[in-house]
Ligand binder design. Structure first.
Ligand SMILES: [Mn+2]
Length: 350
């Protein structure tokens, strides 16, 4: 699969660098999702075997492994750049190979970005986001057309090492990224290769239903009550524009004791409405607002996110706006073609 895209000279070079690596760091983006966690851990399990005696492979996430993916095999190996600042600096100083995964630029690691950019050593990028920062890496495997970084790791590892180092633990991690980045094989999975990668992983004695339970069926009661509040009280629906927007203040979040992690996936609920094509979720943080965008038909929300200073994929993207919630809401609604329109209200017959 993808032999044509994954240039054999680049694959050979990558194999050589990985074999020569004594201290290898696998790094992904802040607020890691299933694909970020899955790709660095899946690759870590394979590199443990592919590297020589005495070499050290360390997965790193800027703000650690999110609680929701703490069950992944190897999650306890992940170093949090933020919480373990000193350890990160030591690891970085020692590193002779850095593999950045599921991120297109060092800036995606926020507080680690500058140190990462300035570090001089071999740097490889394995990713599926648009517009990779080509000047920041020595070797780039960038495939925006592929479902997930985890799928890319499945095919790249096959070219690197055959099936030699694939095993159950790596397969669980990689399947998780495939599952989450496609919303449970619902979008970004138009290519047969996505299912072929899943089929390949399932051969390693992994159980999709168990993984599904770990990924999806995990709500706390508070989170469930918050979703009820979000859908009934905080969703603005614009049928004419085929858009729905949810916005949450810091107070809303405090009231239910929920964090950004708890809102993971909430934006997708907007698209459950037949008439809605584009959904947005705004979450206020101190001094800034995070925006998530989703689209189910032809609208390219990556372009919209880019105009807001962010990016991502055609059907799923995001941005961080350095503005309070109200101003961000105005900016987002303007980008979505909503100006001077009243949202549809909840109509309940008394
Ligand atoms: Mn991804």
């Amino acid at each position: 699969m993808y032999e044509k895209v994954l240039d054999s000279q680049k694959v050979t070079l990558c194999r050589q660098w990985m074999a020569e690596g004594q201290n290898i760091l696998l790094v992904s983006h802040t607020n890691a999702d299933g694909d970020a966690c899955g790709s660095i851990l899946g690759m870590a399990f394979m590199l443990d075997q592919a590297t020589g005696e005495g070499s050290c492979v360390t997965p790193v996430l800027p703000n650690g492994c999110p609680k929701q993916f703490g069950w992944l095999p190897g999650a306890d190996r992940i170093v949090s750049g933020q919480k373990e600042r000193q350890r990160w600096r030591e690891l970085l100083a020692e590193a002779d190979l850095i593999v950045c995964m599921d991120m297109n630029a060092c800036s995606r690691t926020d507080m680690l970005a500058e140190e990462l950019r300035e570090k001089r050593c071999r740097k490889v990028l394995i990713d599926h986001h648009h517009n990779p920062a080509t000047e920041e890496f020595d070797l780039i495997f960038s495939m925006p057309e592929i479902s997930s970084t985890c799928e890319l790791v499945v095919w790249l590892s096959e070219l690197l090492w055959g099936d030699r180092y694939m095993g159950r633990e790596a397969a669980i991690c990689l399947y998780t990224g495939l599952n989450t980045d496609t919303g449970g094989f619902a979008f970004s999975c138009e290519q047969p290769s996505c299912f072929e990668a899943a089929a390949k992983l399932v051969r390693y004695d992994i159980h999709p239903s168990e993984i599904h339970n770990c990924i999806v069926n995990t709500f706390t009661t508070n989170r469930m009550f918050f979703y009820g509040f979000a859908l009934s009280q905080r969703m603005r629906i614009y049928p004419e524009q085929r858009v729905a927007v949810m916005a949450f203040s810091l107070d809303d979040q405090k009231r239910f004791g929920v964090s950004g992690e708890d809102m993971e996936g909430l934006v997708n609920y907007t698209l459950l409405m037949k008439e809605i094509e584009v959904g947005a979720l705004l979450r206020e943080e101190v001094g800034r607002t995070k925006v998530s965008l989703r689209s189910k038909y032809g609208v390219d929300v990556n372009k919209i996110a880019q105009r807001l200073g962010g990016g991502g994929h055609t059907k799923a993207s995001g941005a961080t706006c350095q503005m309070p919630l109200g101003d961000t809401l105005k900016a987002v609604e303007k980008e979505l073609g909503i100006t001077n329109v009243e949202p549809v209200g909840l109509e309940i017959e008394q």
